[in-house]
Design a protein around this ligand. Structure first.
Ligand SMILES: [Fe+2]
Ligand SMILES: [Zn+2]
Length: 429
């Protein structure tokens, strides 16, 4: 028999993150009888395999009685032979142009101890699929749901009476379990407060590096929120800032914002922060003003930003206020900032007033006492919020009465999701 070396990476499967299999230690060579990797985690095995009459579907029966069907074309595309699959990169080598849709399975058999199946095609390719690989990829409604679930699904909506989840900043830098719990909770709540952060710049970079990396924008890796003359952004003044999402003029606005309070304005009046859960307000709109809700879902408005900071920039982007997932209508993100709403309105003239009416209703709802979360950041706190969901703003302050110094940065949801999976995966070992 031809001896082929597989790495256990292979058994973790290509591309897709395994849901119900434990991750095996990486890059350990297993013997060509392809059993070692399986035995580590096996709690079920394959009882029988079969083929439908037209060889279109492979049927697999597991020892727990479950039976799942796999389209032959799908297994062919996931062929594990050395000419089709590159194990260390977990990538396909074969181009889709080379996939023969008329190729048929010639033989399918259960491996001697039920740990997997060997599948041969008419064109001579032979693939091995472990029981774990197959079961994790079953084509069932429950599995589709598992695969499509993201950490931000089923958000816990927040009104003005919300209690911020809190933890220590330092714990995030030293304890992966704490970091995981924070990121999981934050994905649902969209807000999180870390405390006990040293009162000096550079702390966000440490946290960003722990999660993944900071998202660079034309305001740099980090930005400083201090009032300054001839400010390029209204945030860099002492003016009141209406609630908004940041960087709506980016095609891909940053997912998460972090604000580290290094020095808080000492005066009693002013400097308060505002947050609004725009997902919650959008729901209120959908119920009470469905026509206006529809306008905000369907009509893009233009945002712009021009100036020089980290680099010279001239950003323009059109987005509807409510960006929905086309598959299920759920809210992906809210894009809203009256500060940088462009004076160009590339709309039919008749739509202008309805858009303003809808935006005004949305804004009025945001400022209702039940929706407006008001608080004053304390020195040493790091506020983290979902920039695709929470609007933020602040009261103005009088700089003659004291200074205020925040450092901010962005991190994308991709990096947060990724860190969650990396930590979860390392815990399965
Ligand atoms: Fe902002
Ligand atoms: Zn192949």
């Amino acid at each position: 028999m031809k001896r082929i070396l597989f790495t256990t990476q292979f058994w973790k499967g290509s591309r897709n993150y395994p849901q119900n299999i434990s991750s095996l230690s990486t890059q350990v060579k297993v013997k060509p009888n392809y059993l070692n990797g399986f035995l580590l985690q096996r709690n079920y095995s394959i009882k029988a395999t079969g083929l439908d009459a037209g060889s279109e579907t492979v049927q697999v029966e597991f020892s727990d009685g479950s039976k799942f069907d796999y389209p032959s074309v799908y297994l062919q595309d996931n062929c594990t032979c050395p000419s089709c699959y590159h194990p260390s990169s977990q990538s396909r080598l074969r181009k889709l142009t080379e996939l023969d849709l008329n190729n048929k399975v010639s033989t399918i058999k259960t491996l001697p101890d039920g740990n997997g199946v060997e599948c041969k095609w008419m064109d001579g390719h032979t693939a091995l699929f472990s029981e774990e690989w197959l079961k994790a990829r079953r084509f069932t409604d429950d599995n589709i749901k598992i695969r499509k679930t993201t950490p931000r699904d089923n958000p816990r909506l927040a009104g003005s009476d919300v209690t911020f989840p809190r933890d220590s900043f330092k714990a995030m830098l030293s304890d992966d379990q704490k970091l995981l719990e924070m990121l999981q909770t934050f994905s649902k709540t969209g807000i999180y407060m870390l405390e006990g952060t040293p009162l000096e710049v550079g702390q966000l970079r440490k946290l960003g590096d722990k999660i993944g990396f900071i998202r660079l924008t034309h305001y740099g890796y980090e930005f400083t929120v201090k009032s300054e003359p001839n400010a390029v952004n209204l945030a860099y003044t002492s003016a009141r800032l209406g609630v908004h999402t940041d960087l709506p003029y980016y095609v891909y606005p940053p997912g998460v914002q972090l604000l580290h309070c290094i020095r808080q304005y000492a005066g009693n009046e002013g400097g308060q922060s505002h947050l609004v859960d725009a997902f919650r307000v959008a729901l209120q709109m959908k119920e009470k003003y469905p026509e206006k809700y529809k306008i905000l879902c369907e009509v893009p408005v233009e945002f712009f930003d021009v100036g020089t900071d980290y680099t010279s920039f001239f950003k323009v982007h059109h987005s509807p206020t409510f960006v929905l997932n086309p598959e299920n209508g759920s809210m992906v993100r809210v894009v809203y900032s009256n500060q940088v709403l462009s004076s160009y309105m590339p709309l039919q003239q008749e739509l202008v007033k309805p858009v303003y009416e809808a935006l005004k209703t949305f804004t009025d709802l945001c400022y209702k006492p039940e929706n407006l979360i008001e608080f004053k950041l304390k020195e040493g706190e790091v506020l983290i919020f979902d920039n695709w969901r929470f609007l933020h703003g602040r009261e103005g302050f009088d700089i003659s009465k004291g200074h205020r110094h925040l450092e901010g940065c962005y991190i994308d949801w991709d990096e947060i999701y990724s860190r969650i999976r990396v930590i979860e995966n390392s815990q399965r070992k």
